[in-house]
Design a binder for this molecule. Structure first.
Ligand code: RIB
Length: 311
């Protein structure tokens, strides 16, 4: 079976429900606060594993009880944790508010994720992995070293430049597959995206900059795949009741990668990933909301079919 390595973040998400997000200087009443296992790297690893892939995680946890909780949950999700190290500091934290429409605001405190650097990547043996997934929640130096080592060993890297704040654009030159949302695509292309036509324009600009393959996810408007061979595929979103959008993008990426490594056709990978992220937004939390393969398959066979457009 093809193997996926996720090099990235693991966080404890502290999530409070609010009717609306506060404005600067304002104090508001929250409803309920819950703790969920999260972090973009770990979420993508869980999504890929629940979608049927063989997955290993590399990154750093802190020496606190959150680190123990996260390790236990990722092991339960059948993720190989041999490359997860411990740092003498706190585990990464995400302070999240979810409003009445299911939209989130996230404040990150990087903790051990920020201390995972190039030296740690030097200890990592990439051989034996077929695809590597990266995000922007560990140090930029670590990501750069992964990209360099992967390029030497010709291992494709899927990059999710999230959060886009502080993302080093020079890293794009070694990326095989860029998967990003409309906000990130706007930032990297300089093109304001209001709908799929501007998203296509932004995608063309990124392809012209040398990205081999890319997907722009557009929330309720679906997603667009584009590549250097001129292929363009658009896929609409499923309509579901949104409870919490946290980890929707991570679920899409992990699920997409899991199907892609099996050699599945691109439209089928997009269809599967879109269904997985629709299920993820229907439930609260990050990893708690990521569906298993059988749930995605049932959702798709229950008549939730969409027409793919090859442009
Ligand atoms: O993408 C969602 C994730 O972003 C959350 O789980 C949180 O930990 C932040 O990293």
């Amino acid at each position: 079976m093809a193997k996926i390595l996720v090099v990235g973040s693991m966080n404890m998400d502290i999530v409070t429900q609010v009717e609306r997000h506060p404005v600067p200087g304002e104090t508001i009443q929250g409803n309920e606060t819950r703790f969920f296992i999260g972090g973009k790297g770990a979420n993508q690893a869980v999504a890929a594993s629940r979608s049927g892939a063989s997955v290993a995680m590399a990154g750093a946890l802190g020496s606190d009880s959150f680190g123990i909780d996260i390790r236990r949950e990722l092991a339960e999700a059948r993720i190989d944790l041999d490359h997860v190290i411990e740092k003498p500091c706190m585990t990464g934290l995400a302070l999240i508010t979810i409003d009445g429409a299911g939209e989130n605001n996230i404040i990150l405190s990087s903790g051990a994720n920020g201390r995972y650097g190039a030296d740690e990547v030097d200890q990592l043996d990439l051989s034996g992995f077929d695809v590597i997934l990266l995000q922007n929640e560990i140090s930029s130096a670590a990501n750069q070293r992964v990209l360099d080592k992967a390029a030497e060993q010709r291992i494709p890297v899927f990059m999710n430049p999230a959060p886009i704040d502080g993302f080093d654009q020079s890293q794009l030159s070694k990326v095989t597959f860029l998967i990003l949302n409309e906000v990130e695509a706007e930032e990297l292309s300089g093109i304001r995206i209001e709908g799929s036509s501007q998203a296509l324009e932004a995608g063309k600009k990124l392809l012209n900059d040398g990205i081999p393959h890319l997907i722009i996810t557009l929330g309720s408007k679906g997603s667009i795949y584009m590549d250097q061979a001129g292929r363009q595929i658009t896929y609409p979103a499923f309509s579901v009741d949104v409870v919490d959008t946290t980890a929707a993008g991570d679920t899409f990426i992990g699920a997409f990668a899991a199907k892609y490594v099996t050699g599945a056709e691109l439209p089928d990978c997009l269809r599967y990933a879109t269904a997985a992220s629709a299920l993820a937004v229907s439930e609260p939390g990050a990893q708690s909301s990521i569906p298993a393969d059988d749930q995605v398959q049932s959702f798709l066979t229950a008549g939730n079919n969409r027409t793919i457009r090859l442009l």
